[in-house]
Design a protein around this ligand. Structure first.
Ligand code: GUN
Length: 299
């Protein structure tokens, strides 16, 4: 079997169209959804991510504020910036780009963001709401993975889903969402990680495999059940034949021979994560302004 490709670029374009429509409706009520990104320091990868987020916002009519802080500044300066953005009624979403310089405690900053403006969905209050089954914000990557599964007509109800990776921003929230009693949940979820014994046996029993572990090409075709769905969250830069290239957590070529459907890297989950930040920002504008927002992904 050669797997069907799940086209994240195409679904992300659909999501952006939905967001554009929601932004227009908010504009008619006098609301311009506004996202503030905060970048402390000059890490080149973070600079690229932040500028992509700014461009994505502008492409759908979301106002983007680009806040920069010197990488050597004291942690207090970042806390004061976050407090000012929390208090600014014209800002609906606040995103502090990680990783942060050593003098700043990442967890402290996540907690300092007003949970109603936490469009990353990383604040403990938002993770708690998600776990209770009434999420306010779902972190962008799990939200994107769920939408891809819906678009690929993958039935999660009763399915055996194996998530490889137990991070707080992907593996754990995604497992919770897939367990939820709703149309894109009701799965039987197993979460595997670096201490899991016999990963292959667990994966071969799965109807759906989500690889989110950050190990280049850990999952190969021999570990995939014939016809299973494979979602690759990994984005790993590796050197091959003297060239730098991006690979996922899945060995794409062998996995596509076994899988029924598979996401590529790039062009799978990555564009969905970016699109879902726009969804969460529009949702934030609706919440903060008390306005209704209709978006397929939030149903
Ligand atoms: N650094 C890498 N990915 C992310 C993300 O999704 N949110 C934030 N805040 N920082 C990141």
């Amino acid at each position: 079997m050669t797997a069907a490709l799940i086209d994240g670029d195409a679904v992300a374009a659909e999501v952006r169209d939905e967001v554009r429509t929601a932004v227009e409706k908010l504009a008619a009520k006098g609301v311009t959804p506004t996202l503030a990104t905060v970048l402390m320091g000059t890490d080149p990868a973070s600079e690229t991510y932040v500028s992509l987020k700014q461009d994505d916002c502008e492409a759908v009519g979301i106002e983007a504020r680009d806040v920069r802080i010197d990488g050597d500044a004291p942690a207090d300066e970042l806390y004061e910036t976050v407090t000012d953005l929390n208090d600014d009624p014209s800002v609906h979403g606040v995103l502090v780009q990680q990783p942060l310089p050593d003098q700043v405690n990442d967890d402290g900053i996540v907690r300092a963001i007003d949970p109603r403006k936490d469009v990353d969905g990383f604040h403990p209050e938002n993770l708690g709401l998600l776990m209770r089954g009434n999420a306010r914000y779902v972190p962008c990557t799990p939200l994107g993975v769920q939408r891809l599964l819906v678009e690929a007509d993958v039935e999660t109800e009763g399915a055996d889903v194996v998530v490889v990776g137990r991070s707080t921003i992907v593996g754990k929230p995604l497992a919770n969402r897939l367990l939820a009693r709703d149309d894109s949940g009701n799965a039987t979820v197993t979460v595997c990680h670096s201490r899991t014994e016999d990963l292959t046996a667990k994966l071969r029993a799965a109807d759906v495999v989500v690889a989110a572990v950050g190990v280049p090409e850990l999952v190969d075709g021999s570990m995939i059940r014939e016809g299973a769905t494979v979602v690759d969250v990994g984005i790993n830069r590796v050197e091959r034949d003297g060239e730098s290239m991006l690979v996922g957590d899945v060995d794409f070529e062998s996995a596509r021979e076994a899988a029924g459907a598979i996401t590529p890297v790039p062009g799978g989950v990555g564009p969905m994560t970016r699109a879902m930040l726009l969804v969460n920002t529009v949702r934030a504008a609706g919440l903060v302004e008390g306005a209704d927002v209709e978006l397929a992904t939030l149903d």
